[in-house]
Design a protein around this ligand. Structure first.
Ligand code: EPU
Length: 451
């Protein structure tokens, strides 16, 4: 008998992954927040400033942005060992290249931290312009301003390649024209081993800036003032290896806080630093949630027993309300009593998700940088897409509070910044699953994820 032709296996590569959510269940229980994505994305490249071994704990190893950053480090010669789900070891002794091509940088905004780190280590860097979520124009003029102040010559080739070179890096004052997280990080990286004193004025104050300073100081750097708007970096000759634990993710914690309130649930969110959550806590209290940030050690409990009240929110650099929480809080306000105003002051294109939310019955009008959110009684499940990372998180919350079924496609964006989404929301009672669908989202052929 002739052999049967091999059964054609459905190729997962071709599959469209999506989340399917059946809404309406209040979230209840406990969830543990992972290490901070944006701290990890600064700290991992910072490790190459030493010619030594750094052990980094509380790393969100399974998010795709961290995987991409690890890949970049390996490509330039670092040995990165994944010790377990949250610990990595970076051996930077054999880093031998200062060039990063665009195939490595296109998926990841934070790839530009290699500019500061390589400049600090080799006094030269050639790094393709970064990709990442499209949130509006994302210039790097302030990064360049900082590198130039330290004595580097910076060339931008066709807006595609950034090349920095310096015979020597000399500490200098740098006054930022806009408060930029990325520029603050990059200048700290380039200045840690520069000669003399660098002073960054109008520095960003985000928790991950403080975390990076603490990490660099654990490696022997001399950085003071992180967390205020003036950071002083006394350059040191060399940095050594260390063991360091990354802070919990402020935005992941905030996302669960808003999800708990929006679903009228009761959730204990563990592994958080309550101080980092103050602006979110305060807004949630204003709209009627109970937030207990005193009774627990490194945890907050959020519960809600009423329809949210209207609220005005304006995003601001830390310690203001974070732009990375804007889509999530807007979803909550979309079912609030009354009309809320949400103003976005960091990114010019961060209301793209509103079109998706409208498919679910939300009544949100966007005028420039302001969204007018008229609370509706209920959202209805729909087929929506994740426009970017935080928009995707917002769609999950919308799906959880909506009546009926919500399908979210483009979920690779969510994988960039949230670990174990299905498990974490599922353990809280959320009816959410990942589905592989071989056809367009409209088609019903699908199979459960085994991930
Ligand atoms: N800006 C300039 N020139 C510069 C740099 C920034 O004009 O040289 C402007 C930007 O266009 C923006 C503002 O300054 O209007 C703030 O940008 P910032 O540099 O602070 O943002 P970033 O470093 O590119 C980080 C986070 C973002 C978060 C912002 C704001 C990382 C890897 N990314 O981006 O996180 O929204 O800070 O807090 O840390 C996310 O996690 O979803 C995310 C997008």
């Amino acid at each position: 008998m002739p052999a049967l032709p091999p059964v054609k296996k459905r190729k997962r590569d071709n599959a469209l992954e999506k989340f399917v959510i059946n809404g309406g269940t209040p979230l209840r229980g406990e969830v543990t927040v992972s290490g901070a994505k944006n701290a990890a994305l600064a700290i991992i490249p910072a490790a190459i400033l030493s010619q030594d071994v750094c052990t980094i704990e509380n790393v969100p190893v399974s998010i795709s942005d961290v995987k991409s950053m690890i890949k970049i480090l390996r490509q330039i010669g670092a040995e990165v060992r994944i010790r377990n789900k949250t610990t990595i070891e970076i051996d930077s002794r054999n880093v031998n290249s200062s060039v990063i091509s665009d195939d490595m940088t296109k998926s990841l905004r934070a790839s530009y931290y290699l500019l500061g780190a390589l400049l600090g280590r080799f006094h030269r860097a050639r790094v393709a312009m970064p990709g990442g979520c499209y949130l509006g124009e994302r210039p790097i003029d302030q990064h360049i301003k900082g590198f130039e102040a330290l004595g580097a010559k910076v060339t931008l080739e066709n807006n595609k390649m950034v090349e920095c070179e310096a015979d020597e890096l000399i500490g200098a004052p740098v006054s930022l024209d806009v408060v930029s997280v990325g520029a603050t990080v990059n200048i700290m990286l380039a200045a840690a081993k520069a000669e003399g004193l660098t002073v960054i004025e109008s520095a960003a104050r985000e928790p991950h800036i403080v975390d990076l300073a603490n990490f660099l100081n654990s490696m022997g750097a001399d950085i003071r003032g992180a967390g205020t708007d003036v950071i002083k970096i006394h350059g040191v000759e060399s940095l050594h290896g260390c063991t360091y634990s990354i802070i919990p993710d402020q935005i992941e914690a905030g996302t669960f806080m808003v999800a708990a309130a929006a679903t009228c649930g009761d959730v204990l969110i563990k592994n958080v630093i309550p101080k980092h959550l103050e602006s979110i806590t305060s807004k949630l209290r204003d709209c009627g949630a109970v937030v207990d940030d005193e009774s627990y050690d490194e945890a907050v409990r959020v519960s809600m027993s009423q329809r949210p009240k209207k609220l005005n929110v304006k995003t601001m650099p830390h310690p203001g309300f974070p732009t990375d929480m804007q889509p999530q809080i807007t979803v909550l306000l979309s079912v609030a009593q009354g009309t809320s105003i949400v103003s976005e002051s960091i990114w010019s294109k961060r209301f793209k998700y509103v079109e998706q939310l409208s498919k679910m019955g939300a009544d949100v009008q966007v005028e420039g940088q302001v969204a007018i959110v008229k609370g509706v009684d209920i959202l209805k499940g729909a087929k929506v897409i994740a426009n970017d990372l935080r928009a995707g998180a917002a769609m999950i919350i919308a799906g959880l509070i909506a009546e009926g079924r919500t399908d979210i496609t483009n979920i690779h964006y969510i994988d960039r910044g949230y670990e174990d989404v299905i498990e974490k929301f599922g353990n809280l009672g959320g009816d959410i699953r990942k589905v592989f669908s071989v056809e367009e989202p409209d088609n019903t052929e699908e199979s459960e994820s085994d991930e």
